[in-house]
Design a protein around this ligand. Structure first.
Ligand code: SAM
Length: 278
């Protein structure tokens, strides 16, 4: 059975306090409770808006069990607004679990449109906006982080990362090391006094971090792979297989065709390899 009360997902400013919609303000005024990532942070915004509401803390460490409590409040007729510290809840911020649980419990969720750092940065980056992947924060574990970057190597769409200021240099170095040179835009301190877009290349930036001397919050927008990267093949294994196939009395053309299928390489390349061995 659908509930009458709802969960309202409310985006809040990512810097400039004017970036809040009239609808978000009205919703915050009308709900019964506000679930907030950091109540001390949200209280400042509410004071600025002259709104007094009971706050409930919902952060990454209590979201799983706190969500149940919130759903009980909604099903007993209370409207709840969900806010994070900045931007869109659920985007590298708490919210996803609560929203999932609401949907599973048939509690209606209304997400209001509003600010998010990555979409603002992408639009103003000047890079391709037609297709993109939002990666968010890379894992802190070295191995996992490198594997994630490695898996992005051949992706041709624009890539978007969030990063903390104290890890930005390490991340830039790793991106360059694994992905090679390509265009990069660092969107810094969006909507704030010192908003800045650094448009450069991964190579130049990793050779000169002085461009990043002014820190603050940053979004990394990276150009996608320019050409499709050929998957690396194990030459020894391919040669061994060519010899096996040649022993089966297949023609060079037939061998090339089979090798192209098995190793996902171009038929011409397979043909050249087979010819070299014959
Ligand atoms: N929920 C937020 C959103 O919708 O954008 C993201 C929250 S996440 C915890 C914080 C990260 O978002 C920062 O480390 C930074 O990468 C990015 N970010 C948030 N505000 C920003 C701003 N004003 N300028 C640049 N990046 C920002």
């Amino acid at each position: 059975m659908k509930t009458l009360a709802k969960l309202y997902v409310c985006p809040t400013p990512i810097g400039n306090l004017e970036d809040i919609t009239l609808r978000t303000i009205r919703t915050l005024e009308e709900v019964d409770y506000i679930a907030a990532e950091d109540t001390r942070h949200t209280i400042k915004l509410l004071n600025h808006l002259n709104i007094k509401k009971p706050l409930i803390s919902l952060h990454e460490h209590n979201e799983a069990f706190k969500s149940k409590e919130l759903i009980e409040l909604i099903t007993s007729g209370h409207d709840i607004a969900l806010v994070s510290d900045a931007g869109m809840p659920g985007i590298s911020d708490p919210g996803e679990k609560l929203i999932k649980q609401c949907i599973e419990s048939e509690v209606e969720v209304v997400t209001l449109p509003g600010p998010s750092a990555f979409i603002t940065a992408l639009v103003n980056s000047g890079l391709d906006t037609s297709r993109f992947t939002f990666v968010g924060f890379l894992d802190r574990n070295n191995k996992t982080r490198k594997e994630t970057i490695e898996a992005l190597k051949a992706r041709q769409e624009t890539l978007i990362f969030y990063e903390a200021p104290h890890r930005i240099e390490k991340t830039i170095s790793e991106l360059f090391e694994i992905l090679g040179d390509r265009k990069i835009v660092i969107a810094r301190e969006l909507t704030k006094k010192y908003e800045q877009y650094i448009r450069t290349s991964l190579k130049s930036l990793s050779e000169d971090f002085s461009m990043l001397e002014h820190r603050g919050e940053m979004v990394i927008i990276l150009e996608g792979a320019i050409e499709e990267v050929e998957p690396e093949i194990n030459k020894e294994a391919v040669e061994k297989r060519i010899k096996e196939l040649l022993l089966q009395d297949l023609s060079t053309k037939e061998v090339a065709k089979q090798i192209a299928i098995e190793y996902k390489i171009k038929k011409n390349d397979a043909y050249a390899l087979a010819l070299g061995i014959k």
